[in-house]
Design a protein around this ligand. Structure first.
Ligand code: SAM
Length: 260
C-alpha cells in the first residue's frame, strides 16, 4: 500500500481532530510498518492546519502550554516537533479570528521584527527570524480616517510625515486613510509601532497587505495586515509595494527621489 493510501485508512479510523492524540506507533504500524514515521508527521501536520496557530509561527512555550491544556496522558508530540513541522494554514479570510493575532494587533508586541537604519531609506524593518509565505507579519497601525481628512493632513504636514499615510478603500468602497503620521499614536503613546517603518519596493516586495474589518468592543474597525508574499530570511528587509509611482499624487510623485 502506498503512503497516501495508508494515511487515508489511518485517518478513517483515527480522524484528525483539534484535541486528538497522534495515533500511537503500534496503531500506525498496522497501516504501514515502513512508513509509520511519515504517517506520524502527516497526521501532526494535518492537526496543525486546524485553527490553532494558523498564521503565526507559535513559540515552543506557547505550544507547550497548549499541549498541557489538552490533558493528554500518552503519546504526546513534543512542542519542538510541532514548531518544526508548522506551516501557515487556513483561509486568509479568517486570519483576524485568531485571538493571538487580535492580541498582537492590540498590544503591538509583534515579534521577529527589528526597526533599524537602512542605507538611503531612513529607517526600515528587518526580519530577525525566518517567516514563511502566508505568515502574518504585523499590521499597519494607525488611525482610520477618511481619505479627504488624510489628504488634508497630507497637504499640511511635512514631507517626512506624509510618507506614513496609507490610502485604501474600506469594505463598502469608501476611500479611507490609515494615518500613522504621528510618531506615537494615542493608543501606544510610549512605543513607535513597527508597521509604519516598512519601506516600499516594487517587484522585489516580500509583503502584501490585506484589509480586515473586525469588531473591537462592539465597534467595527479596519485593520490592515502585512502578510508574507514570499519566504523571508533572517536579516532580510521587509517591503511592500506602496502602489505609488512618479505620476502619483497628480504628478507630485515626480518629486519623490526614492521612487525608481
Ligand atoms: C512609511 S515610511 C517608511 C519608513 C521610513 N523609511 C522611516 O524612516 O521611518 C515611508 C517613507 O520612507 C521612505 N522610503 C520608503 N521606501 C523607500 C525606498 N525604497 N527607498 C528610499 N526611501 C524609501 C520615504 O521617505 C517614504 O516617504
Amino acid at each position: 500500500m502506498d503512503v497516501q493510501a495508508a494515511y487515508d485508512r489511518l485517518v478513517e479510523s483515527h480522524p484528525v481532530t483539534l484535541d486528538g492524540v497522534v495515533p500511537s506507533k503500534a496503531e500506525r504500524k498496522k497501516f504501514s510498518a515502513d512508513d509509520q514515521r511519515v504517517l506520524y508527521e502527516r497526521w501532526l501536520k494535518a492537526q496543525m492546519k486546524l485553527p490553532h496557530f494558523s498564521r503565526r509561527l507559535p513559540t515552543e512555550s506557547r505550544v507547550s502550554s497548549w499541549l498541557t491544556k489538552q490533558g493528554w496522558k500518552s503519546n504526546i508530540p513534543s512542542a519542538a516537533t510541532i514548531v518544526k513541522v508548522w506551516k501557515p494554514s487556513g483561509s486568509e479570510d479568517t486570519v483576524m479570528d485568531s485571538s493571538q493575532i487580535r492580541k498582537m494587533t492590540r498590544t503591538q508586541k509583534w515579534k521577529g521584527l527589528l526597526v533599524t537604519d537602512v542605507e538611503g531609506k531612513g529607517k526600515g524593518v528587518v526580519a530577525t527570524r525566518r517567516f514563511q509565505v502566508g505568515e502574518v507579519i504585523c499590521d499597519y497601525h494607525g488611525l482610520a480616517i477618511t481619505a479627504t481628512e488624510g489628504k488634508d493632513i497630507h497637504m499640511n504636514t511635512s514631507e517626512e510625515e506624509t510618507g506614513y499615510m496609507f490610502f485604501y478603500k474600506d469594505k463598502t468602497g469608501r476611500c479611507m486613510c490609515m494615518d500613522a503620521h504621528a510618531q506615537y499614536c494615542e493608543c501606544h503613546p510610549e512605543m513607535q509601532t513597527v508597521g509604519r517603518h516598512i519601506n516600499h519596493a516594487g517587484e522585489g516586495a516580500n509583503l502584501k497587505t490585506r484589509l480586515y474589518t473586525v469588531d473591537i468592543d462592539g465597534e467595527e474597525k479596519d485593520v490592515i495586515l502585512f502578510i508574507a508574499s514570499k519566504n523571508i530570511e533572517v536579516n532580510e528587509e521587509l517591503s511592500f509595494d506602496y502602489g505609488v509611482n512618479k505620476s502619483s499624487f497628480g504628478g507630485e510623485g515626480e518629486n519623490l527621489a526614492w521612487l525608481s
